[in-house]
Design a protein around this ligand. Structure first.
Ligand code: SAJ
Length: 427
């Protein structure tokens, strides 16, 4: 198949890096997004998300004329669908919201031609490619999937914060609706992927992606449970987990204030909602992780006991460190709950410019505070100067839920330091 032009539906955390990588690989790329503001930013060579190296890549792609952003699809040889698949509440149950995938598939269907290849990259429940995307494409185009055009699912696997490297280096799984579709997708991916590419059917590929994120969610839940046990037993969970991980067949993840982001906190629901009887452990993992923010507030409450009109400085509101993404961040639940119980919250996050709550500069966030609460492990936090911050605070305490601060330094400057997952006899 001679590929000259590629249309990428969705210019978010996956679509934009993919589109710019393809453009810089010499393909003519049209990136499609429904947000006018975003289309303009990209066509001006800018980016709307923080991701190392992305701005340079987008700038080069736009300036070379190989990438343009539009609000509507165009005829092309290949179509990528990289739109969000969030969860929604339906009769009290969390189920996948496929509306963005459906809308993208319908639009692609309008431009689809004989011999084209369509690739679904969005994380999707098993059978979505075969029973949702395929039929919509067929209906809108009048063509037959597998005969007139190729269709494959190739789930994205990149880690935000390391996207550009992982887009090229990660191993990939490609699932075709038939072997020819998988082969066609393979011939495209091998032009920019250095990792191993494995071919399978579309439904297996969908399941593989959900298994990966469910594995990580359950593993983090186990770490969070171990943290609670260690707190009770007066042991440092971080040390215990690190030591256990020295075993060649143990790979425990880290505890924290909860699991956020648009993937790990979302994707396990795609399995739970469809396989209610079977997905027992995956559900429990989700429940444990969803309870972490409440546990953080519970512990914080002990530190604020006896303080009238307590003030807390939240350090980092993103779902993890060194990114600007606040989607599903545990910080949101924690701040809401603190405000509900009458704690004044001051937010400091050097990565986030816009937030539902007012963000403060560093000094303002620490002024009059009774406890600093570290929720995201931004690198900047290890360069803070506790001596100066100590003079601003009313009560010198810091509660680190990520094990990322230079504890000795804070203690030397008069702070009482608390760590999630570490037993503390004084409390
Ligand atoms: N977290 C912990 N403890 C850990 C690791 C993570 O509490 O040991 C928390 C983080 O703080 C964060 C959440 O989990 O709140 C998720 O972060 P993450 O770094 O585990 O994952 P994501 O959501 O940024 O990206 C994941 C990745 N999946 C896997 O590693 C299996 C990525 O490769 C996927 O492409 C991405 O989901 C996705 O788009 O599905």
């Amino acid at each position: 198949m001679d590929i000259k032009k590629i249309c990428v539906m969705g210019l978010g955390y996956i679509g934009l890096p993919t589109a710019s990588l393809l453009a810089n690989s010499g393909f003519q790329v049209v990136g499609v997004d429904k947000q006018t503001r975003l289309v303009k930013i990209i066509n001006d060579g800018g980016v709307h998300i923080e991701e190392p190296g992305l701005k340079t890549l987008v700038n080069a792609a736009v300036n070379s004329g190989f990438l343009k952003a539009c609000e509507h699809a165009e005829k092309a040889d290949v179509f990528f669908i990289a739109v969000p698949t969030p969860v929604k509440e339906d009769a009290g149950r969390k189920v996948v919201d496929l509306s963005f995938v459906q809308a993208a598939a319908e639009e692609v269907g309008d431009y689809l031609q004989q011999g084209n290849l369509v690739i679904l990259e969005s994380t999707s429940p098993p059978k979505t490619t075969n029973t949702v995307v395929g039929p919509l494409l067929e209906k809108r185009s009048g063509l037959k999937a597998g005969n007139d055009f190729y269709l494959a699912h190739c789930p994205e696997r990149v880690l935000p914060g390391n996207t550009l490297k992982e887009l090229i280096q990660n191993n990939r799984v490609i699932g075709g609706i038939n072997p020819e579709s998988a082969e066609q997708a393979h011939s495209l991916y091998k032009r920019f992927v250095e990792g191993k590419i494995s071919l399978t059917d579309a439904t297996t590929a969908e399941m593989v992606k959900l298994i990966e994120n469910s594995y990580r969610d359950v593993n983090i839940a186990l770490a969070n449970e171990i943290a609670a046990i260690c707190e009770n037993a007066g042991i440092d969970a971080w040390e215990a987990i690190n030591l256990a991980n020295l075993h060649p067949r143990v790979h425990l993840h880290q505890p924290g204030p909860g699991v956020g982001g648009h993937c790990i906190s979302v994707d396990p629901w795609f399995i739970i909602s469809e396989f209610r009887d079977e997905a027992k452990m995956i559900r429990l993992g989700r429940e444990i992780n969803e309870c972490q923010p409440a546990k953080v507030v519970q512990f914080l409450n002990k530190l604020l006991k006896g303080i009238k009109k307590p003030v807390v400085t939240v350090m980092g509101i993103t779902y993890k460190g060194n990114i600007d993404d606040i989607r599903e961040s545990p910080a949101l639940k924690i701040i809401d709950e603190l405000e509900r119980i009458g704690v004044q919250v001051k937010v400091y996050d050097p990565h986030v410019m816009q937030f539902a709550y007012e963000t403060n500069n560093l000094k303002e966030a620490f002024r009059g505070s009774d406890c600093a609460l570290v929720l995201a492990d931004h690198d900047e936090f290890s360069f803070l100067y506790p001596k100066e911050l100590a003079t601003l605070m009313r009560t010198k305490q810091i509660y680190d839920t990520r094990n990322c601060i230079e504890r000795n330094l804070w203690e030397e400057n008069g702070f009482r330091c608390y760590l999630l997952g570490q037993g503390n006899e004084a409390l």
